[in-house]
Design a protein around this ligand. Sequence first.
Ligand code: ZN
Length: 462
Amino acid sequence: MYTNSSLREHSKANVVYYYDNDIAGFEYGNTHDMKPYRIQLAHNAILATGLFDKLEIRRPHRASFKTMTSFHDEDYIRFLDDVNPSNISSYRGHDRYDVTVGGDCPVFDGLYDFCSISCGGSLNSAVVLNTGQADIAINWMGGLHHAKKSKASGFCYTNDIVIAILELLKLHDRVLYVDIDVHHGDGVEEAFLTTDRVMTVSFHHYTGTYFPGTGNSNKVGIGEGKLYSVNVPLKQGITDDQYGSIYKTVMAKVMERYDPSVIVLQCGADSLNGDYLGVFNLSVKGHGECVDFLRSYNKPLMLLGGGGYTPTIVARCWTNETAIAVGVDLPAELPYDILDDHLHADNIDNSFNYEIKKFYRNYNNDKKLGELQTKVLNNLNKLPHVPSVQMQPMPDNNYEELAEMRNAMREEADPDVTLPTILTDQITHHDSDFYDSERAGDDRRNESNAKRANRRSKRLTK
Ligand SMILES: [Zn+2]
């Protein structure tokens, strides 16, 4: 049992955290590696460790068609809205969207809702950073960095990150995007390839064939965006020390040369040792230090989820990074009940820095990493010192919608929640709808959704 006194606070930030309990109810398919209930596991751990008391927890306003088409093609979003497992065979030419029956990006019930929740959380995060309501905004339901303008890719259908950055660009002249997922952040890089108003920096495993196959260090952007795409390709088995060293050196140079006014960090947890699909040897602590390093610059910061395919590792990673965001140290172990049978299924212990079970052979040597680092730093040194950019006037096309959203967010931030009861009950019933303003009205639909989601998450671990 953890109480607030278990958390040692060392620095403060105003943190807004987005979560929608419905997220756990979506299923890509029983055998699919992407399991949205991992976000609920993280959320339950965040509640159980007492972190909730230091966050403003909000349910995001779902992204509208108009919001999603701020980046995506209308035909593609219309397709996502219409398609379902029963009617997909009647769509002619749907192959071009790369949404199929089975496969990496399967059609599933509620697909459009899933996308609008994920995008809504990131757009809302951008709005609270833009309006100064938050120093740090968190959306573990987002970070789906592979989605393209008019097609799905790598378990991602809509690119919440691009949508959020477009929103940040209404206020900020330079946005920094950083990606520590094991996979290259190709969808975001591609979207901003030709502009110097967004710098994208991706640290990832690269062989040329490892998904998505892109992200070698020669790819630096095009035209006005030349040198504003930064790629740090790494080999299998990299350790905390090696990763931390190149990450901090490169990011310190990025901060010096680019001086962004806001940072978006995709915290894909598949770069951790023990991930079902990943091949790195990072620990929860090493991964978290990457978050802490950027937080130390005290710029508006958005933390997003992403990959992560061993659910209990994802949960401890994002719980630790939520703690880093709010500036507290967590106890060394997770409350055991929270991960219960999931821990057993994933065959790992309950400490935050779980013991590494299978160390991947490390193909990164310090000499090669040093050469890569030098190459990346040389490119960054070619940048003009803090580029001056022509600010565009803030478009007001979305502002009717945003005003509506702000009102909705104010309502959803209703502090009338029963957190002490959650603590007293030691989270034995996972009713994480507690922050939902609709709950006060005895919303049975939400309660049944939560129960269904919990049943599904149990079933999926069998
Ligand atoms: Zn990934």
